[in-house]
Design a protein around this ligand. Structure first.
Ligand code: GAR
Length: 223
């Protein structure tokens, strides 16, 4: 069972999906804290409605990144979380933060890394005109959008589809691969071999593969 702090800055649709799957018992995760850096962000209201502990630390009220991250470390430890789930958290973390939770910080990025890192990954991929975009779940290291990849979904740009529709389909895949990756972590099935992550076999049947997308490793039932 993971003891997680979900860090988010905005809408929180990925966080919502985790709230729903933990409540349903599909995702083996205790959500100890929902931590947000923007007052008024929708994710805070979502957490309140789900009855989960939440905290807003407005980064603009701290003198620098180090002080802000130290306040987050303290709040996360106090909440009893040891796994950090970045779900649309739009701030770089300091080395001090990463050293506080070694190998336990995970992120979702709305592009197929290593292409299109950064805060506008999805828009950048679309502006480039790629035929296949997607999303990536990865461990976080000190370089932005760089850590070892756990899972990816490749989402093709359909003819005539506008940026919003494509974005929506990528989001839908985020909502599937991110909880699945966390469940693999909860089951201790992710083995780090250099930059490569080997997924140990499980005993759940596979899910129906999504239309118009390729997910690897394949999703299991419930995700
Ligand atoms: C997601 O698309 C996530 O991949 C992205 O922010 C969005 C948050 O959506 N994260 C990044 O761009 C991190 N570099 P949500 O608030 O609806 O979950």
């Amino acid at each position: 069972m993971l003891n997680a702090a979900i860090l988010a800055s905005g809408n929180g649709s990925n966080a919502q999906r985790m709230f729903d799957l933990t409540a349903a018992g599909t995702l083996s995760m205790n959500i100890r804290l929902v931590l947000c850096n923007r007052p008024g962000a929708r994710v805070l209201e979502r957490a309140r409605q789900a009855g989960l502990p939440s905290l807003c630390l407005d980064h603009t009220t701290f003198p620098d990144r180090e002080h802000f991250d130290r306040a987050m470390i303290a709040a996360i430890r106090e909440a009893g979380a040891d796994t950090i789930v970045l779900a649309g958290f739009m701030r770089m973390l300091t080395p001090e933060f990463l050293h506080a939770f070694p190998g336990r910080v995970i992120n979702i990025h709305p592009a197929l890394l290593p292409s299109f890192p950064g805060v506008h990954g999805s828009a950048d991929a679309n502006a480039y005109g790629v035929k296949i975009s997607g999303c990536t779940v990865h461990f976080v290291d000190e370089i932005m959008d760089h850590g070892a990849v756990i899972a990816q979904a490749a989402v093709p740009h359909l003819d005539g589809e506008d940026a919003d529709a494509l974005q929506q389909r990528i989001h839908t895949m985020e909502h599937r691969i991110y909880p699945q990756a966390l469940q693999w972590l909860a089951e201790n099935r992710l083995v780090l071999e250099g930059r490569h992550i080997r997924l140990l076999p499980g005993n759940r049947p596979l899910a129906t593969p999504p239309d118009n997308a390729l997910v690897w490793p394949p999703l299991e039932a419930g995700f």
